[in-house]
Design a protein around this ligand. Structure first.
Ligand SMILES: CC(C)(COP(=O)(O)OP(=O)(O)OC[C@H]1O[C@@H](n2cnc3c(N)ncnc32)[C@H](O)[C@@H]1OP(=O)(O)O)[C@@H](O)C(=O)NCCC(=O)NCCS
Length: 435
């Protein structure tokens, strides 16, 4: 396809440096036209195989094709010597999305997804060529930041990404968990997935700018949460609830399913897939409803925020067990644009030296923060107050990581306490989806 067939904002030709590097290895880096049925199907089959998913059914492929790919940049690496040369040997898809930053604002960010390399072609530098190409493309498109969620924590640090928002898996032993939190004033309704489609997304959008780390999403990523994907093994068991406040206004929703314990009907497990609340009342109303479900011994929830209030709403703190992991990884590309997009906790004037082996963020920058918390960021030749790697900057960016941890690793030198006073966010960063 030609670059002009892509929507304007992502219509750049393939990256020349990575194209030449792969060509010297007998490989071809190319854009994939997502509107070309055969080309997209081949790409999607390889991506699914790369993540060890089952072979997509015609129904699944047809479903994927119902989503507009405008703004998506779908890329493949091809090897014309393999048995099926129409199928790529490596995949990725990227698009611009809004990333919430501290201060209730957002910054345009290059979402990188679907990175896979066929096992027949692994460890010969294909992923590196793809990842570096995407960073150069994002930079050429003026994207201040790139971001991804990862299958393995060991893959992306080498390209300047770093964990910026953590998440937790939560297990609640419901028999120990007597509700002592606020008494909800509204009510819970059961809905169908169809009924939740519009109102649920409206609530997601209503709260998006409150939490650094959340991203704008719709289409496939949203509908997948509602079990509309034909590959969703659990779709038939999903339950959908909406919480309306005392005035009847929808303020939250949850999606869950039950896993039966055939040996003991009082020991079912409730698996919470999604819970989004726009008010504390809705948060309490939804959680209480789930925890007090009859015949359930355990509620487990994946991908919950680090600052979940739930434990404080139960009489037995230890009824809730958590395990924490890295979730959203951020890579700063344009220091001035990225740092001026967010707000800071206090006024200051600080010079930061950023080191970036790939060159995008390399330089010394004056961060001049006004009393309102807004910053102007300009290149500077003053002596640096702090020096940090681009990875450390990515971790600090959303206000979740602390500078003193980064200083302890050697990724940052200088006045860590002062940096924490500036960068820490009153709201812990959190991203509620995989992409
Ligand atoms: C992860 C994956 C994309 C790597 O592809 P690849 O083409 O083999 O990677 P490359 O040969 O370009 O390696 C690039 C670098 O990453 C390192 N690397 C690759 N895979 C790694 C792994 N699983 N763990 C740690 N390091 C890894 C390489 O050693 C190399 O390091 P260096 O360049 O700094 O010396 C590929 O193995 C894959 O498709 N895995 C399954 C799907 C997946 O997990 N995708 C990532 C989704 S977030």
């Amino acid at each position: 396809m030609s670059a002009s067939d892509l929507p304007l904002d992502t219509a750049l030709p393939i990256d020349e440096i990575s194209r030449a590097r792969l060509e010297s290895d007998g490989l071809r880096l190319a854009l994939v036209d997502a509107h070309d049925q055969d080309a997209y199907e081949s790409w999607f089959r390889v991506e699914s195989r790369g993540f060890h998913d089952g072979e997509p059914t015609p129904e699944h492929i047809a479903w994927r094709r119902t989503f507009p790919f405008d703004g998506n940049r779908v890329t493949g690496v091809f090897d014309d010597t393999i048995a099926n040369p129409h199928a790529p040997v490596a995949t990725t898809v990227c698009w611009p999305a809004e990333l919430t930053v501290p201060g209730g604002r957002s910054v345009s960010s290059w979402a990188v997804s679907g990175v896979s390399v066929a096992p027949t072609h692994r460890r010969r530098g294909i992923a590196r060529a793809l990842m570096e190409a995407e960073l150069r493309t994002a930079s050429a498109l003026g994207q201040p930041v790139a971001m991804l969620t990862v299958s393995e924590s060991t893959l992306y640090g080498r390209y300047g990404y770093s964990p910026a928002a953590l998440a937790r898996d939560v297990t609640v032993v419901t028999k120990r968990a007597r509700w002592t939190g606020p008494q909800p004033t509204g009510r819970v309704h059961f809905l169908t997935a169809e009924q939740l489609r519009e109102v649920g997304h409206e609530i997601v959008e209503r709260v998006r700018l409150r939490t650094p780390g959340q991203i704008s999403y719709s289409g496939l990523l949203w509908e997948r949460q509602l079990g509309f994907s034909p590959s969703d093994q659990h779709a038939k068991r999903l339950r959908f609830i909406r919480y309306d406040d005392a005035d009847g206004t929808p303020q939250g929703f949850a999606v869950y399913r039950l896993v039966e314990n055939a040996d003991d009907f009082t020991q079912h497990e409730l698996v919470l897939q999604t819970l989004v609340a726009a008010t504390t009342d809705a948060y309490a109303g939804l959680w209480r409803f789930l925890i007090e479900m009859d015949l359930v011994a355990k509620v487990s929830a994946h991908l919950r925020p680090v600052d979940e209030s739930l434990r404080w709403m139960l009489d037995d703190f230890r009824a809730v067990q958590v395990s924490e992991f890295d979730h959203l990884w951020v890579r700063v590309l344009d220091v001035a644009a990225a740092l001026s997009a967010r707000t800071y906790a206090r006024a200051d004037r600080i010079v930061l030296k950023v080191t970036d082996p790939l060159g995008f963020a390399d330089g010394t920058w004056l961060l001049d923060v006004s009393a309102s918390g807004s910053a102007t960021v300009t290149p500077s030749d003053e002596p640096a107050d702090a020096t940090l790697s681009v990875n450390a900057l990515g971790s600090l960016y959303l206000g979740g990581a602390t500078a003193h941890h980064l200083a302890a690793t050697g990724a940052l030198t200088g006045d860590a306490e002062r940096l924490d006073g500036l960068f820490r966010s009153p709201v812990e960063p959190y991203l509620s989806i995989w992409f």
